[in-house]
Design a protein around this ligand. Structure first.
Ligand code: NZQ
Ligand code: ZN
Length: 383
């Protein structure tokens, strides 16, 4: 097991009615930016609940944070924060709104163009953030990561800082009842792939982390299809919500070797062609497993045997069967796994490769051996 320092300071407020707790979690003299997305919270009643909780508290609303939040929109919010001396950001939404809140929190305390932070400038100061989660998927409610898109240059880049970890996160499963089935599917696939990025590398003797990881994906495999079938089932939603948070709150990633290449290649597909985040992951992961089958062999076999209960005559067959099982699960969750499903053909590959190069994504993977040639091979297999 590798060395690690682990601290997750986000207070999880889980369950029905937990929004009421927000009031006492806000600092005294809070001046709050109430940040949300395109308006789903106005249709499902969450908006009113937040307004109730903020009664008597100085708060400014900022709406219109789009899926894959843009630097362009978030910069407008940063200007509001600076002009109005906001000192707390309350994000109400999915990963995009929460990621957007983190960018605003960091950029508001930075003297310069906030995009520098996406280009590698360390975050040294940030406003506090709190989250009310409406879409279980990203884990953003309980981690320090954020992903922001600059529309003008078609770049989608991640950044991270412990200073951006939300102080609290309300996880009320009832808030997810209004999700369209596409977003249920996306959330399950995203959480599944988060586990894979922290698990499907090479073993460093971490049986506890492995079993946590396997437990999360087994739960997603059991509960995901149930949520599509019975969207109003509270317990199913609760189990999915907690699984997605646990998939990327840091716990399973401690002491293990990680590989975020599926995400990095996927981000280019979103930046260039507008595919949903999870759609890109479902396209990239199976061929990436295929191309990296040697390097990842022990963990692919372990996944196949322990999670999917597979047996085969030899290791090569077991690896093939495991890759098929992963791909079939995505399809079962109604997320397509081919570029052709989105009317994309081989004419896109050079453009994706050029963007990976522009963004410095030329040595991906746990061995830094996913270079542009391998990325091309992966995308070709994904056609
Ligand atoms: O904007 P509104 O109107 O709220 O609608 C949203 C949006 O259209 C809707 N929605 C959310 N909750 C709803 C709802 N509709 C009905 N009922 C509800 N309860 O769902 C749509 C998608 O929302 P979005 O926040 O974009 O989805 P998601 O949570 O999947 O977030 C995706 C973003 O997170 C980033 C992705 O790259 C992408 O930009 N990620 C962030 C990570 C992190 N911070 O750790 C890790 C992930 O790998 C991921 O990269
Ligand atoms: Zn993701």
């Amino acid at each position: 097991m590798n060395n690690f320092n682990f601290k997750n300071p986000t207070e999880i407020l889980f369950g029905k009615g937990q929004i009421a707790e927000v009031r006492t979690r806000l600092p005294e003299n809070a001046k709050v930016l109430f940040l949300y997305g395109g308006g789903s919270i106005k249709k499902n009643g969450i908006y009113e609940q937040v307004i109730d909780v903020l009664e008597g508290i100085d708060a400014v609303e900022f709406s219109g944070v789009e899926p894959n939040p843009s630097y362009e929109t978030l910069s407008k919010a940063v200007a509001v924060v600076k002009a109005q001396n906001i000192n707390f950001i309350l994000a109400v939404g999915g990963g995009s709104v929460i990621d957007g809140a983190k960018y605003i929190a960091a950029a508001a305390n930075y003297n310069g163009d906030g995009w520098d932070i996406l280009q590698g400038t360390q975050v040294t100061s940030a406003l506090p953030v709190g989250a009310v989660l409406t879409l279980p998927a990203t884990g953003s409610e309980s981690n320090g990561n954020s992903v922001v898109t600059k529309k003008s240059t078609q770049q989608k880049l991640p950044f991270s800082s412990p200073l951006l970890q939300p102080q609290f996160a309300v996880l009320d499963p009832e808030y997810t009842f209004s999700l369209p089935s596409k977003q249920i599917s996306n959330g399950v696939v995203d959480a599944f792939v988060h586990v894979m990025e922290q698990y499907l590398t090479y073993p460093v003797n971490t049986p506890l982390q492995d079993r946590f990881a396997e437990g999360i994906v087994q739960t997603l495999i059991e509960e995901g299809p149930k949520a599509l079938k019975n969207p109003q089932d509270y317990d199913t939603r609760a189990n999915l919500m907690w699984s997605a948070t646990m998939a990327l709150n840091g716990l399973i990633g401690q002491g293990v070797v990680q590989d975020w290449s599926t995400h990095m290649i996927g981000h280019e597909l979103t930046a260039l062609y507008g595919l949903d985040h999870a759609q890109t992951l479902a396209i990239v992961l199976p061929p990436l497993m295929y191309v990296q089958r040697e390097q990842k062999q022990e963990k692919i076999v372990q996944l196949g045997q322990r999670v999917f209960g597979l047996e085969a005559e030899n290791q090569a067959q077991l690896i093939d069967a495991t890759i098929n099982a992963v791909q079939s699960f995505f399809e079962q969750m109604q997320v397509k796994t081919r570029l052709a499903d989105y009317d994309l053909d081989d004419s896109i590959i050079d453009e994706v490769i050029a963007n990976l190069e522009k963004n410095g994504m030329t040595q991906l993977g746990e061995h830094q051996d996913i270079d542009l040639a391998k990325a091309k091979q992966i995308l070709t297999l994904a056609l």
